[in-house]
Every structure is written in structure tokens, then in C-alpha cells.
Ligand binder design. Structure first.
Ligand code: KGT
Length: 284
């Protein structure tokens, strides 16, 4: 008799630096561990390939997907361990002074089947001086959502980090069939502490989707100018946190949770979120 088991998702947490080869080793290590844990897919953070300390450095480290040692190395690892990998990387854009912040879906046979380019860019200046970032200085915004696609875990809809603050694209992905929404991230410590878990749980509750949010953690450069909040987590379609990592400096690592599509269907059936679009308009 065939034993039915629920698919298993793994979230990875790393501290990427400007060393692409170092970051690749961290990610390949997590691929191996996720496969050993029996996961069907591993979700790695935004900008897993590198986190640079200036827009210039970010541009100079950026490689086309086809020739990037990081992307090729992860494709090999996915194929070797027969596991899907969702990973955030940088990619050249048609504008030579700009790049894209891109998310890849690598299948267990090692090919890139889906891509998504971050729509919303993170420009922030907190008056207390703790956070000052201008993503739009080096990144071009994407122009399209990627239609949710079928995987061993269910239909995956891809968004990235700061996209989390906008409910509309997550609702649009839900309307287009998503069971799972991803938010691979590199949240700042100040905004992560204030908003991260609340926003993730809100997106899960209002879309009635699993939310899978891998995260960068700790200091990305020697001076500690750039630090990420960590706290990668998986949230079920009822808003319950079912896997969670910490926020300590060196707390890289892995956590796993089952993805129960029966629960998704049950919640959607029990509490229908029927909209009054005639009153306030629709989200396509
Ligand atoms: O710089 C790279 O290479 C990778 N990209 C990032 O780290 C991006 C843009 S600076 N970070 C965020 O979007 C954080 C959002 C955030 O912290 C919030 O919404 O509060």
C-alpha cells in the first residue's frame, strides 16, 4: 500500500556577505540538510547570492543567471539532492546601471522553471539614523506578477520582502490560484522588530494561504552597517506559525513544516471571504 504523507517545506536562514562563493556554500549545505530532512522544497532568502555594501559593489557582483556561479551551483545541488529550491538572487537588467531583484524556482531536476522580479523597491530613511537604504539606486522594478504554478507542495505564488507591505499582489496571487505565498526577505532589524511577523500573519490570514518567509539574519559586512532581522517562518492558512527560526547573529539554519492543502481547503470552505467588490472595486 502506498503510504500517503504530506509534503514538507523547509525554510533556510543565512547571513549572506559580499562573498558569492561563501554564500553558495551556505546554501548548498542547507540544500543537503533539507533533502536529508525529507523536504520537497527548500526556500532560501532574498539576495542569497550576495549582500553588497554599496550599489556599485552590488552592480559589479551581478552575473547573468545563465553564467552565475551561484545559480549554477544551486542548480547542481537541487539536481543532486532531488529537491526544489526557491532562491532570491540579483540579475542584470537592460539598463546597464541597474539590476533586478529576482526570485527563482529551481525544480528537482535542476532547471529554472519560474522567475519573478520584485515589484516594490525599498527606499527608507528613518530620522533616528538607524536605517537608510535606497534600493531604487541600483535596482529596476519588475513589471509583472508570476502566475502561481504547481509544485509538490501546492500552487506557489512568488513575492519578495518589501512586497509584503502591499496586500494587493498577494490577493491577486490568491485569486489566480495560489495555496502558498513566498516572501524571501532581508528585513531590517528596526522594521522587522516592529512589523515582520504581524504582516506575514496578516497576509496568511487574509489570503487563506500558507506564507513561507525565509530570511537573511545578522551582520552582512564587517562594520555591521547592514543587519537583518532573521526570524524566518512558515505560517499556515489560519495564521498559525508552524515553523520559526531565531534572530541571533549567527543563527543560520533550517526549519521544516508540513503543508496541508486539506487545511487550506477547509479554512476557505468554513469561512468564505466573499467580497463586496461592487462597493469598493476589485483586485484582478
Ligand atoms: O540589497 C540587496 O541586495 C537585497 N535587498 C534587500 O535587502 C531589500 C532592499 S534594500 N530589503 C528589503 O526590501 C527590506 C524591507 C524591509 O525591511 C521592510 O519592509 O521593512
Amino acid at each position: 500500500m502506498k503510504v500517503l504523507r504530506m509534503p514538507l517545506a523547509a525554510i533556510g536562514q543565512i547571513r549572506s556577505t559580499a562573498s558569492v562563493s561563501h554564500n553558495l556554500k551556505l546554501c548548498q549545505n542547507l540544500v543537503r540538510k533539507a533533502a536529508a530532512a525529507g523536504a520537497d522544497a527548500l526556500f532560501l532568502p532574498e539576495a542569497s547570492d550576495y549582500i553588497a555594501s554599496s550599489p556599485q559593489q552590488s552592480l559589479s557582483l551581478c552575473q547573468p543567471l545563465r553564467t552565475s556561479s551561484f545559480v549554477l551551483g544551486l542548480q547542481d545541488a537541487a539536481k543532486e539532492h532531488r529537491i526544489a529550491v526557491n532562491v532570491g538572487v540579483h540579475e542584470p537588467s537592460s539598463n546597464p546601471s541597474k539590476i533586478y531583484n529576482t526570485l527563482l524556482w529551481i525544480t528537482p531536476d535542476g532547471s529554472i522553471s519560474q522567475t519573478y522580479r520584485k515589484l516594490h523597491l525599498f527606499d527608507i530613511h528613518l530620522a533616528d539614523g538607524t536605517v537608510n537604504l535606497r534600493e531604487s539606486a541600483s535596482v529596476s522594478p519588475g513589471e509583472a506578477l508570476t502566475t502561481p504554478f504547481s509544485t509538490a507542495l501546492g500552487n506557489v505564488g512568488m513575492l519578495i520582502c518589501f512586497d509584503l507591505r502591499f496586500p494587493e499582489p498577494s490577493l491577486a496571487l490568491r485569486n489566480r490560484g495560489a495555496h502558498i505565498i513566498t516572501y524571501p526577505s532581508a528585513f531590517t532589524v528596526a522594521t522587522g522588530e516592529a512589523h515582520w511577523e504581524t504582516l506575514l500573519r496578516a497576509r496568511a490570514i487574509e489570503t487563506q494561504c500558507y506564507v513561507i518567509a525565509s530570511a537573511q539574519v545578522g551582520a552582512h559586512d564587517e562594520e555591521g552597517k547592514r543587519k537583518s532581522w532573521g526570524h524566518a517562518m512558515i505560517i499556515d492558512a489560519w495564521g498559525k506559525v508552524v515553523a520559526k527560526l531565531g534572530g541571533d547573529e549567527d543563527e543560520g539554519g533550517l526549519a521544516v513544516a508540513e503543508v496541508d492543502l486539506g487545511l487550506v481547503e477547509r479554512i476557505r470552505g468554513e469561512m468564505s471571504l466573499k467580497r463586496r467588490e461592487g462597493v469598493y472595486g476589485s483586485i484582478e
